[in-house]
Design a protein around this ligand. Structure first.
Ligand SMILES: [Zn+2]
Length: 271
């Protein structure tokens, strides 16, 4: 089996993030995937692996922010443009999800409820292993994970609720499979990454701030083979990665800015 893919790998840092914790009664924890075995030298250990929820939403949000700054009209996340009482719910600069006759750039990349997205966003599970060296059988990202019991106090200092929340901190990365996108759409998505600000909840209290550190666009060839080993076949898996540098990274503007006026950033450059 041989397959070619194109992907963007983004490396980022967060001082503290609560990636869309799901709440079970009073406990708000990260999405636990299960326990993973790992080795430290000869010793076997086990650690909890968690999912970083909300990465795709973070990316879509960043793309919408960029579209607004650049005055490109794009799909909103809501399919309805007004409530029953006639109140308009779609802000200026957006149209209802899927309402564009010629699909806008957000719809082309992220899809709608009915149309599939043309990108796949994924991130390896996060773990918190304290040993300096460790071996794990599957790809994981080692960060710091902790949880805290918090007490919400009423105005007069009386505790009204206690609950537990889980956080992670550190360097992490995520990948966007862009095999189906053309170069201009990839360029648009690359610039979108500059608009990423927060992930998960609590941003007003200082949680979830994300710093994107670097970005790599890669051409990937995946090869899989069945190799006889005793009475069974083992799957051998290899990846050839070639970095791609696209020329004229700002080209996407020419293609998409016809929808509205020129980009704010371009205006600033003229002054
Ligand atoms: Zn649209």
């Amino acid at each position: 089996m041989e397959k070619n893919k194109k992907r963007i790998v983004v490396r980022a840092f967060t001082p503290i993030a609560k990636p869309l914790n799901h709440s079970v009664q009073k406990t708000s924890t990260m999405l636990l995937l299960g326990y993973l075995p790992y080795k430290n030298g000869e010793k076997e250990h086990s650690t909890k692996a968690y999912f970083i929820k909300g990465v795709r939403g973070m990316l879509r949000h960043a793309a919408m922010s960029m579209a607004r700054v650049c005055r490109i009209e794009v799909c909103h996340t809501s399919e309805k443009d007004q409530l029953k009482d006639g109140t308009m719910v779609i802000p200026v600069g957006f149209h209802a999800l899927g309402a564009c006759e010629t699909p806008c750039i957000i719809r082309r990349i992220f899809g709608t409820f009915r149309e599939e997205s043309r990108i796949i966003v994924k991130s390896d599970p996060i773990v918190s292993i304290k040993h300096n060296s460790f071996e794990v059988g599957v790809p994981v990202q080692n960060v710091h994970i902790s949880s805290e019991y918090r007490i919400a106090k009423a105005f007069d200092g009386t505790p009204i609720q206690d609950f537990r929340q889980a956080y992670f901190a550190g360097y992490f990365n995520f990948q966007i499979d862009v095999t189906q996108l053309d170069d201009d759409e990839i360029k648009f998505l690359l610039e979108t990454l500059l608009y990423i600000e927060t992930l998960g909840s609590g941003k007003n209290s200082g949680y979830g701030h994300i710093k994107v550190l670097d970005v790599e666009l890669q051409e990937v060839t995946i090869r899989k083979k069945l190799v006889a080993n005793g009475e069974k076949y083992e799957v051998q898996d290899e990846e050839d990665v070639t970095p791609i540098i696209l020329n004229n990274i700002e080209d996407w503007r020419k293609k998409y800015l016809y929808i509205k006026t020129e980009c704010e950033a371009d205006k600033k450059n003229e002054i």
